[in-house]
Design a protein around this ligand. Structure first.
Ligand code: DQA
Length: 139
């Protein structure tokens, strides 16, 4: 059984009502329930964490460092956070960066990821399927 931690950053707790044209109409809870079902089929067990606070996300990455993998949607911190990048680089677990939206089709400031160079891979633009593809890749 693979243990995978799914970490979501700022404003992702608002999925469902937050810019549904960009992020879809599903809530984070509903996406997490769906992922849990998929994980069961793949023989993986998921742990979920969400925070709007950068330092709490650093701690969550450190605490998940012994997992078989981390799926991380760091939200806007993707484009700004040296602290999250250092946390990813510091842990043994492979981290897959995910985004619901295609960040490269959006504003220029979203084209830069501070995290991508220290992640195993990055998946963006497939809505909730970005998480599914990350899960499959880690398993
Ligand atoms: C996001 C993309 C980020 O640019 C944005 O700040 C988010 C969500 C996504 O899932 O598409 O909060 O990570």
């Amino acid at each position: 059984m693979k243990n995978i931690t799914v970490i979501n950053g700022p404003n992702l707790n608002l999925l469902g009502t937050r810019e549904p044209g960009v992020y879809g109409a599903e809530t984070l809870e509903s996406i997490q329930a769906w992922l849990t079902g998929l994980a069961g089929e793949l023989g993986a067990q998921l742990t979920f964490y969400q925070s709007n606070v950068e330092g709490e996300l650093v701690t969550a990455i450190q605490q998940a460092g012994g997992a078989d993998g981390i799926i991380l949607n760091a939200g806007a911190y993707t484009h700004t956070s040296v602290a999250l990048r250092d946390a990813i680089a510091a842990v043994a677990a492979p981290v897959v960066e995910v985004h619901l939206s295609n960040v490269y089709a959006r504003e220029e400031f979203r084209h830069v990821s501070f995290l991508a160079p220290v992640c195993r891979g990055s998946i963006c633009g497939f809505g909730k399927d970005s998480y599914r593809l990350a899960l499959i890749s880690l398993v």
